[in-house]
Design a protein around this ligand. Structure first.
Ligand code: GLY
Length: 509
């Protein structure tokens, strides 16, 4: 609760009260794992045409993002509140104090926040509350400035006094609805959405990888299923025997990712609205998918597969471009309880609408804009009350020792749909290649999401570009901005690691 409310202040562009989140919670005493879905919902008044300019033309991405149309019912506050009621030890109001005090006293604007504001000025200008906070007197806040957010402090003080449910039926929900419906891109949220909002406890999705059990968040996130598919396919490729620093190895990993992303587009969306094939993580299926990979050859015929339970008559792949905002953190307490939480307002600064000291999400643009393709309905189309598909992949890994399992690693990352690769690659490095967690996070990214071969620029991996071009992949050198955070449980104690590409840290006491 404290980490999230402070992040909502100091990293407001990425996550906060106006967004949604997924959490994995491991209870050390009960040795049980739970996953909680605090994903935003589409307004009850919305329709599958939400992001269509006309019958056949989807809106331009940023036209859809900026303004009220993209705002889903926020889930993060309810998630924190429900988890606190179930598992919390310290009083709720104590947990909000650090963020309240920091918001009143002011915090130092970080380089990343300052750069993000400078880059996004033209969009941040469009809402007067957003502009007043990030562009006071028309000038962007700067690195090192002391920034106070007294309105956020007031909002948190109300939540401290009345509890998390207050957010959903009060001047806060009213202010959100008023902002969304009065925005130039009028949105469809209403108080009925807040009344209906529920945090859903779902079964974690776990898949084996060597002698580990890798557990994560199931649909509406595609995270755990796609990560599990990549790992399962790679185990069939004997990834533990491959050279971790060879372009040929990363071509095999890229092919596994292409296969997983093809299935993801076809099959994954909110499970309360579509039926998801049961066989996506079955070993027999992953073995057959692995046989579609030929080392040092690009498979030009990749498509989704046919796992047990797949029905083709109603579903179709869409196009839902998740963006790179988001935060991830892992916390382990002295009893060994673990939280792995990924939290987001979607795009950097979300919908750019600010209410009561926090930004509102644009999570609804994680839906497919097109409701149908080739006469078939898209699985991840907008529907009233539905949760947009995510890629967030908060993960906890257990080592299997005989019939027992003990936690060995917890991690996750921001990064839109690249989250899947960031997490899967870190797991290959640590679990199959036995690399240290920090070294795994520091390694260059080579990513293929069933599209171009993305190679992280300013790393040694740029030397592999020709190798991939010669195999007919289209390549691109670019910044690949992961924000991995994790804790590894080693023989000698816990090792924390944080991605140097962003501003996270690991701390222990
Ligand atoms: N909005 C990013 C994600 O949910 O994956």
């Amino acid at each position: 609760v404290t980490a999230q409310t402070v992040l909502g202040l100091v990293e407001p562009q990425s996550s906060g009260l106006g967004g949604g989140a997924f959490t994995l919670f491991y209870d050390a005493n009960k040795q049980s794992l739970k996953s909680y879905d605090g994903r935003e919902t589409a307004p009850l008044l919305s329709s599958e045409q939400l992001f269509m300019s006309d019958e056949t033309t989807p809106m331009q991405f940023f036209d859809a993002v900026v303004g009220g149309k993209s705002v889903g019912t926020p889930g993060t506050v309810k998630l924190l509140w429900e988890m606190h009621k179930e598992h919390g030890v310290l009083p709720w109001k104590e947990l909000l104090k650090p963020a309240i005090e920091l918001a009143k006293k002011g915090f130092e604007v970080s380089p990343r926040l300052a750069a993000s504001v400078a880059r996004d000025q033209n969009r941040l200008k469009l809402d007067e509350d957003t502009a007043a906070y990030f562009l006071p007197k028309g000038r962007p806040i700067k690195e090192g400035d002391n920034l106070k957010n007294p309105i956020y402090a007031q909002t948190l003080t109300q939540l401290a006094k009345h509890g998390g449910d207050y957010f959903y039926n009060s001047d806060i929900s009213k202010a959100i609805v008023d902002k969304v419906v009065s925005s130039s891109k009028k949105g469809l949220l209403s108080q009925a959405d807040f009344n209906a909002y529920k945090v859903i406890e779902r079964d974690p999705v776990c898949s084996p990888f060597y002698n580990y059990n890798v557990c994560g968040m199931g649909p509406p996130s595609s995270g755990a299923i796609a990560v599990g598919q990549i790992l399962g396919i790679l185990e069939h490729q004997g990834v533990h025997t491959l050279d971790s620093e060879s372009p040929a190895t990363w071509q095999v990993i890229a092919e596994a990712s292409r296969l997983a992303f093809a299935d993801r587009e076809q099959y994954l969306a909110d499970p309360d609205f579509i039926s998801i094939p049961k066989g996506l993580l079955e070993d027999i299926y992953l073995k057959s998918r692995s046989q579609e990979i030929t080392p040092s050859k690009m498979n030009t015929h990749i498509s989704f597969g046919f796992p047990k339970g797949s029905k083709l008559n109603t579903q179709q792949a869409g196009n839902s471009p998740e963006q790179e905002s988001t935060s991830h953190f892992v916390i382990v307490d002295k009893e060994g309880n673990i939280i792995s939480m990924t939290s987001t307002i979607e795009n950097s600064f979300g919908s750019r609408l600010m209410v009561k000291g926090f930004l509102l999400n644009n999570e609804l643009t994680d839906f497919s804009f097109l409701p149908e393709k080739g006469g078939k309905l898209v699985s991840n189309r907008v529907e009233p009350g539905k949760r947009p598909r995510s890629s967030m992949a908060p993960t906890i890994v257990f080592e299997t020792i005989g019939s027992a399992e003990k936690p060995i690693l917890a991690l996750g990352s921001p990064g839109g749909s690249r989250i899947i690769n960031f997490v899967a690659h870190s797991l290959v490095r640590t679990l199959a290649w036995k690399q240290e967690l920090q070294a795994a996070f520091d390694s260059p990214h080579i990513i293929n999401r069933f599209g171009r071969m993305e190679i992280e620029q300013n790393t040694d991996a740029v030397n592999w570009q020709n190798f991939y071009e010669e195999l007919s992949y289209t390549t691109v050198l670019q910044d690949i901005n992961s924000g991995l955070h994790g804790v590894y449980f080693s023989e000698i104690g816990m090792q924390g690691a944080a991605d140097k590409r962003r501003e996270g840290i690991s701390l222990g006491k």
